[in-house]
Design a protein around this ligand. Structure first.
Ligand SMILES: Cc1cc2nc3c(=O)[nH]c(=O)nc-3n(C[C@H](O)[C@H](O)[C@H](O)COP(=O)(O)O)c2cc1C
Length: 266
């Protein structure tokens, strides 16, 4: 997710976020913002980068984003949302998709009509996180809303919310009629979640997966950036593992990236 302002001002931290590798395809960049003209300008800038999809964030619940009228706040301003989608579509050479929530709160479940609006404004697909803004990230995602959206539009629908395994993927596809599934939190510190066959990680396989993650991050970041960026993720690799909290403590105590590498390969 990148700010349309960061892109139009060519801020180095924003531009760095557009870096990718050939292994990471298809590559989608998600824009957030609330001004159609700036979003259009940002979309035009993205034409010069090697990416496959431009997504628009209309689901972020964070107050700082909402206060500016962006993210999930756009679900309460469909006219503006439509204008943003139209402008981004008109200025992008790539397919434009939109990600949003079930609605603002449980009295305002607007995802089906919002999806129709996105489709009519030129979106190539939509992703529905089946929680409302008021839910934040808590409570169970209500997959029935994804089914309602899949029923409402002809473009592909990507379902999202509480998918933690390939069995959940299949259940969501079957129960909702959506065409694809997006996994969020279950992928943090658990890249094996994307394997088709169920995989029960052992302590050793967790270490190996994290060691690979450390190798990869070192390829793409300066050594002094690596530790700060990876510590949180590193700890997550041992969530739910017997003895995991002792390892997490050791991870958080590491002073350098080399200390962390040594700890994980020990
Ligand atoms: C750490 C974190 C970062 C996220 N960043 C984004 C983001 O940049 N854009 C977005 O549309 N959703 C973002 N999300 C929301 C997820 O994409 C997803 O909609 C949400 O976590 C629900 O799916 P889940 O139940 O599988 O986690 C983020 C979630 C988490 C936990």
């Amino acid at each position: 997710m990148i700010s349309c302002h960061g892109l139009t001002y060519q801020q180095p931290p924003t531009i760095r976020m557009l870096k990718t590798t050939t292994a990471e395809r298809p590559f989608a960049v998600q824009l957030f913002g609330a001004e159609p003209e700036i979003m259009a300008e940002a979309a035009a800038i993205l034409n010069d980068y090697d990416l496959d999809i431009v997504d628009i964030n209309m689901g972020c619940p964070v107050r700082k984003v909402i206060k500016k009228g962006a993210g999930a706040a756009l679900m309460r301003n469909p006219k503006l949302a439509a204008e943003i989608i139209k402008q981004v579509v008109a200025n992008s050479r790539r397919p434009v998709t939109v990600k949003f929530r079930s609605g603002w709160n449980h009295d305002e479940i607007t995802a089906p009509e919002f999806a129709r609006l996105a489709e009519a404004s030129g979106a190539s697909a939509v992703t529905v996180h089946a929680r409302t803004w008021s839910d934040g990230f808590s409570g169970r995602a209500d997959w029935r809303i994804i089914a309602m959206v899949a029923e409402a539009v002809n473009i592909p629908v990507i379902g999202n919310g509480d998918v933690k395994s390939s069995a959940d993927v299949q259940a969501m596809l079957d129960e909702t009629g959506c065409q694809a599934v997006m996994i969020g939190r279950a992928a943090l510190g658990a890249p094996w979640v994307f394997q088709k066959d169920e995989f029960i990680p052992t302590l050793n396989s967790r270490r190996r997966a994290l060691a690979r993650h450390l190798e990869l991050i070192a390829l793409h970041l300066n050594p002094d950036q690596c530790l700060g960026r990876i510590k949180n993720h590193a700890g997550r690799y041992f969530k739910g593992q017997a003895g995991g909290s002792a390892i997490r403590q050791k991870i958080y105590a590491c002073q350098t990236f080399n200390d962390l590498k040594a700890l994980i390969s020990s």
